[in-house]
Design a protein around this ligand. Structure first.
Ligand code: SF4
Length: 370
């Protein structure tokens, strides 16, 4: 099985914390869509397996696509790949794009999951983040999707935001759980240098939370959402039973993927490739790529990194079989101190980080790298 990722690098407005590649030149979108069809056909052979398990429209803002473009891109995928086993087709969306008309049209496409960039249910925080929507629009978007028959909804929330009176995180968590969405991705606000938030921080106009405050917020998100019935199955991801993200889980299992669009990454066998064309070049059919060869050690480090960020953890027998007994012994030895401190639990050949300790996963993972 493999997965397909379609990247739409356009945004109408730039969020204050975002340093992803994106452009505002939305007039390029029709040409970019037609080039995405072409690139998909040209690169279908990149995948070793032609059977897809999921398709994901990410961005940027894929909800800037017209529903008929979404439909036709899925049709192109169906003509190139076997999509009979596809269980999930996700569209990332901004709440204010989801008008009643748009959702109605969307419900006639094969999209069966929507991931909404809500971030907060507090209008002050949304304004600070320079988001396009209000809390009310976000709630309406969820209601519209439900009415339109889309019953697999994920929302993104951002915690770790300082400088606001009152309990805006508690209110956002409470609103999210009351809405009963199937999946929640919760990320700590990161301050990237080349963003407006980075500038505000340098000027002393924004003060990030301390490490202790960040840890408290992380634990709060973990406790509130797990008590509300969500499984904390990856550092930043929570799902109701049966609703873990198929697409992202495939990444974390090392499944190959083809990324289409300016800035999209692909992975297969011993190769990782990314399209470095600008949206403008891409719209003119000038596809430029860079790639890297992955050694067995790269694969091992990747396996350790993505697996320990999930509830599955790493399997020491798998490591011995695929990478050699010496790596199994080295990792088992390095795990000793983490197990003694309670940061890692070991059950037979499986070693994993308990969900409430996920925050230190980077330190554990780094200590295990070859
Ligand atoms: S909508 Fe998403 S990709 Fe676009 S600027 Fe905001 S966070 Fe970045």
């Amino acid at each position: 099985m493999a997965t397909l990722y379609l990247h739409v690098p356009f945004c109408k407005r730039i969020c204050s914390y975002c340093d992803f590649y994106k452009v505002g030149a939305i007039e390029l979108l029709p040409k970019v869509v037609s080039m995405m069809h072409r690139e998909m056909a040209e690169r279908a052979d990149y995948l070793e397996h032609r059977e897809l398990s999921s398709i994901y429209f990410g961005g940027g803002t894929p909800s800037l696509l017209r529903p008929e473009d979404i439909e036709s891109l899925i049709q192109s995928a169906a003509s190139l790949f076997d999509i009979s086993g596809v269980r999930e087709i996700t569209l990332e969306a901004n709440p204010d794009d989801l008008t009643q008309e748009y959702v109605q049209a969307l419900s006639h496409t094969p999209i069966n999951r929507v991931s909404l960039g809500i971030q907060s249910f507090d209008d002050r925080v949304l304004k600070f983040m320079n988001r396009r929507h209000t809390a009310e629009e976000a709630i309406k978007a969820v209601e519209r999707l439900r009415k339109g028959g889309i019953n697999n909804i994920s929302i993104d929330l951002i915690f770790g935001v300082s400088g606001f009176e009152g309990d805006h995180l508690g209110e956002s968590l409470s609103e999210a759980t009351q809405l009963g969405v199937e999946h929640i991705s919760a990320y700590h606000l990161t301050i990237e240098e080349r963003t407006r938030l980075g500038l505000l921080t340098r000027k002393g106009e924004y003060t990030p939370l301390s490490d202790e405050e960040s840890e408290q917020e992380f634990l709060r998100v973990h406790h509130v959402l797990t008590q509300a019935g969500y499984d904390h199955y990856e550092v930043s991801n929570f799902a109701r039973p049966g609703h873990q993200a198929v697409h992202n889980s495939a990444y974390w299992r090392g499944v190959e993927y083809l990324g289409i669009g300016a800035g999209a990454h692909s992975f297969s066998r011993d190769n990782r490739t990314w399209c470095i064309s600008s949206a403008k070049e891409y719209s003119e059919g000038k596809f430029r790529y860079e790639d890297e060869h992955l050694t067995p050690i790269d694969h091992l480090n990747e396996y350790v990194m993505v697996s320990l960020r999930t509830e599955r953890g790493i399997d020491l027998n798998y490591i011995a079989q695929n990478y050699g007994i010496e790596h199994q012994e080295r990792i088992a030895q390095s795990l000793g101190a983490w197990i003694s401190s309670g940061a890692v639990v070991r059950e037979g050949s499986i070693a994993r980080i308990p969900a409430d300790k996920f925050l230190i996963s980077d330190a554990v993972i780094e200590s295990l790298f070859a």
